[in-house]
Design a protein around this ligand. Structure first.
Ligand code: SF4
Length: 210
C-alpha cells in the first residue's frame, strides 16, 4: 500500500503519547472515520511492558472513546485477572481505531475491517508500539495476529507460543475475548476462557522475565 494512502503522513515526528492520540483524533486516512463516532485510541501508560492489541473498537468503545470497555472488555478483564496480569499495567489498543459497523434495526453490528482499512490504520499502531517499546506484544484474535505477524499466522494453531516479530522481544497471539462471547454452550465458553487464560499466563511469565 502506498504511504500516502495510509495514516503515515499524519504521524507527528518525535511526539508524546497524548500528542499522538490528538493527531489520531483527526485522522481521515480511510473511509471509516465517517462511520464511527470517534477515533478510539489506545489506553495505558508509556511504561507498560505489555501491549494488548485487538481488532477494532466495538459499539461501547465507539460511544465511550476507550478500548475494551464493553462486554469483550469485561471478558478480557476477567481473563487477565485469572492470569495474574494487572490491566492497568498494560497498554490496550486495536489495529483499527474506528468502529466499522452495519445497522440491523437499532443495533450497530460489528463488521470486519478490510485489508485497505487495516493497512491505512497500521501506522498509528506502529507509532504506539514505537513509543512504548513493550517487552511483550500480544495480538488478540486473527485480525490483529495477521496484521502484526503475517498472514501465515493462524491463532487456532499458533496461539500461546512465541512468534517472531521485530516489534517487540516477545510476541504472542491468542483468541479475541469476543470469541468467548460467541460460544453457544456454557461448556464451550468455559473451554474457550480456559484457553485464553492459559495463553495469558504465558504472557504473564514473559512480562515478569528478568
Ligand atoms: S480507521 Fe484508522 S486510518 Fe481509518 S480513519 Fe480511523 S484512525 Fe484513520
Amino acid at each position: 500500500m502506498r504511504r500516502e494512502n495510509t495514516a503515515a503522513p499524519l504521524i507527528p515526528g518525535r511526539c508524546t503519547l497524548p500528542e499522538l492520540k490528538r493527531a489520531a483524533a483527526a485522522c481521515r486516512a480511510c473511509p471509516l472515520w465517517e462511520r464511527g463516532i470517534q477515533t478510539v485510541f489506545g489506553e495505558g501508560s508509556l511504561d507498560s511492558r505489555l501491549i494488548l492489541v485487538g481488532e477494532q473498537p466495538g459499539d461501547y468503545e465507539d460511544r465511550q472513546g476507550l478500548p475494551f470497555v464493553g462486554p469483550a472488555g469485561r471478558v478480557l478483564d476477567q481473563a487477565l485477572a485469572q492470569a495474574g496480569i494487572d490491566r492497568s499495567a498494560a497498554y490496550v489498543t486495536n489495529v483499527v481505531k474506528h468502529f466499522k459497523w452495519v445497522s440491523q434495526g437499532r443495533r450497530r453490528l460489528h463488521t470486519k475491517p478490510n485489508a485497505r482499512e487495516i493497512g491505512a490504520c497500521m501506522p498509528w499502531l506502529d507509532a504506539e508500539i514505537e513509543l512504548i517499546r513493550p517487552r511483550v506484544l500480544v495480538a488478540l484474535g486473527s485480525t490483529a495476529a495477521q496484521a502484526l505477524f503475517g498472514k501465515q499466522v493462524l491463532v487456532t494453531r499458533d496461539h500461546g507460543r512465541p512468534l517472531p516479530s521485530d516489534r517487540a522481544p516477545y510476541a504472542i497471539a491468542t483468541s479475541h475475548p469476543s470469541a468467548i462471547l460467541r460460544t453457544e454452550t456454557d461448556e464451550q465458553r468455559q473451554q474457550a476462557m480456559e484457553g485464553l487464560v492459559e495463553d495469558l499466563r504465558i504472557v504473564a511469565d514473559l512480562v515478569r522475565k528478568p
